[in-house]
Design a protein around this ligand. Structure first.
Ligand code: HEM
Length: 527
């Protein structure tokens, strides 16, 4: 009754009522606009953060897997608090593509972390912030990497020679270590072999596998990865630097290892400058020196050692990790090893070694490599990104300078996209006619996408193909029956298998490998 009375009262057309109606209308419009505005500014959902530490305790030992569980609860985009910093986590191909491709510039930044400024004395391409200098830097680095690896048939051949030399040496070392049926840990030699390929390309020289200084320089990849990888506490809890604790120790070691690594590259830079001759480009270092000589521009001479350090550092950690997974999968899945051997024998024959030209004819080798990358997802989360501006993603508001984690593992293990994603099955990448399924391989995400996509992707695929095909052609890897070759991993920027041992037997003798080395030495002598 009361409501009817109010309605009747308001329906009377006097001035008082008209004013009241206008006021109500204004209020409604204002409220609607305010709701719309705040609706746009709602950030992604996420778990409740605890004071001081935020959600650190929820990351566990494998943050990429914890992120997948959280995504099931909160959705593909959610936010966390790590210490003092808000972090937006992107999961699944759709959300990641929307951000890194759809809003490429908005998500192309890097966080202003103290540790990032330590790398390459603050001139790192990989850890530097987005802008005009970074764009010029990346363009130069990318074109130089291509010019020394995949840009044409001559550069491919020259690069192949470096790889071939190192595979031969590696097989020889594995053969010696397996003497009398012994089992050995292949990991340290894989690191030196990969680093030697990149050392030859970057500086024009290689090192003995026994060189203690070179081994010490390379032996600290994991500490590096644990400091800059997603979920590291070094940068999000600055107060941990005020008293002795493991995080402070980790950061101290990180500063020291970056100093040592940069000094190593800088010494090479000084030597190269001393012997540089215009027009005679011996390696990548010379190429960068020439590109930046006396040119007024955004990049200075100091960018030369920084860029080489980035390329040398980024490549040896990732590729040696890939090689360790490769050997582990061979012993863990002997049937896959036999299939690889069958394919290389059938296509290449036993009278010569596989070469880069064989790649299109060896689909199972390529399928094996894609499955290795998908299954291990050994760079599970990219280097942390940051937003360069205030932005929004799939309806959620994200402020400028927000840290963004890109969970590649979630793409590679998405049960909607992959049949039995937790099975290791290279054949999933082959179509009915036995050739590589191009559409499916393009769904594997390990080099990231968008503006920060890895500049070493092509070089890496070529190098891994050569290692995989030559090792399959020449070697039999056997698991240690005293160990269960598990697929357990240690989390860092790149996830590495837990230490394991294998033994290797040659499939023939060393004749083909010896011939290849002899041929290479002759060619070098003729140059
Ligand atoms: C299988 C081997 C490799 C994998 C899986 C890999 C993966 C990655 C990933 C995930 C990123 C971060 C992308 C992002 O933050 O969104 C990256 C960046 C980078 N990678 Fe690689 N990488 C590999 C090999 C290499 C090699 C061989 C080189 C050098 C020739 C290289 C040079 C770089 C550089 C310079 C960046 C920084 C790019 C930027 O910030 O713009 N990587 N890589």
């Amino acid at each position: 009754m009361a409501i009817v009375k109010i309605y009747e009262e308001l329906s009377r057309p006097d001035l008082h009522n008209v004013l009241l109606l206008c006021l109500l209308l204004l209020l409604a419009v204002h409220t609607w606009r305010w709701m719309q505005k705040t609706g746009e500014r709602i950030g992604p959902p996420g778990p409740f953060p605890w004071p001081l530490i935020g959600n650190v305790a929820q990351l566990g030992r494998s943050p990429h897997i914890s992120f997948v569980s959280m995504a099931q609860k909160y959705g593909a985009i959610f936010q966390l608090k790590l210490g003092s910093r808000t972090v937006v986590v992107l999961n699944g191909e759709h959300a990641i593509r929307q951000a890194l491709i759809g809003k490429a510039v908005d998500f192309a930044g890097r966080p202003d972390f103290t540790s990032f400024r330590v790398v390459s004395q603050g001139r790192s391409l990989a850890f530097g912030s987005y802008g005009a200098e970074w764009t010029a830097h990346r363009r130069l680095a990318h074109s130089t990497v291509r010019a020394f690896s995949t840009s044409n048939v001559h550069t491919r051949k020259a690069f192949e020679q470096h790889v071939l030399g190192e595979v031969c040496e590696l097989v020889l070392i594995f053969h010696m270590r397996s003497a009398g049926g012994a089992y050995f840990n292949p990991a340290p030699s894989t690191v030196v072999a990969i680093a030697n390929v990149m050392s030859a390309v970057c500086f024009g020289n290689r090192y003995s596998h026994e060189d203690p200084e070179f081994r010490a320089l390379l032996g600290r990849n994991e500490q590096f990865g644990r400091t800059v990888g997603a979920g590291s506490l070094v940068d999000v809890m600055p107060w941990l630097q005020c008293f002795p604790n493991p995080v402070r120790t980790l950061f101290g070691n990180f500063v020291q290892l970056n100093h040592d690594f940069y000094s190593f590259v800088h010494d090479k830079f000084v030597q190269h400058q001393g012997s540089f001759r215009d027009g005679l480009i011996r390696d990548m270092m010379d190429s960068f020196i020439q590109a930046l000589a006396g040119q007024p521009g955004l990049l200075q001479r100091e960018h030369v050692p920084a860029t080489v350090a980035d390329i040398f550092g980024a490549s040896q950690d990732t590729l040696s990790t890939a090689l360790q997974w490769l050997i582990l999968f061979l012993v863990r899945y002997p049937k896959v090893q036999a299939k690889l051997q069958e394919e290389v024998d059938r296509i290449v024959g036993r009278d010569r070694l596989p070469s880069i030209e064989d790649q299109p004819s060896l689909p199972y080798v390529m399928a094996f490599l894609y499955e290795l990358m998908r299954f291990s997802s050994f760079v599970p989360v990219t280097i942390p990104h940051a937003t360069t501006t205030e932005t929004s993603l799939l309806g959620y508001h994200i402020p400028k300078d927000t840290v963004v984690f890109v969970n590649q593992w979630s793409v590679n293990h998405d049960p909607v996209k992959w049949l039995n994603p937790n099975d290791f099955n290279p054949s999933r990448f082959l179509n009915e006619s036995g050739s590589l399924d191009r559409d499916l391989v393009s769904r594997v995400m390990i080099f990231s996408i968008g503006k920060r996509r890895c500049i070493g992707e092509e070089l890496s695929k070529m190098q891994l193909f050569l290692f995989a095909s030559i090792l399959a052609h020449q070697c039999n890897f056997n698991a240690n029956p005293g160990e269960n070759p598990s697929l357990e991993a240690e989390y860092s920027l790149s996830i590495k298998p837990k230490p394991f041992t294998v033994s290797m037997t040659l499939r023939d003798n060393m004749e083909l490998l010896d011939c290849a080395v002899c041929h290479m030495s002759k060619e070098k002598g003729n140059q």
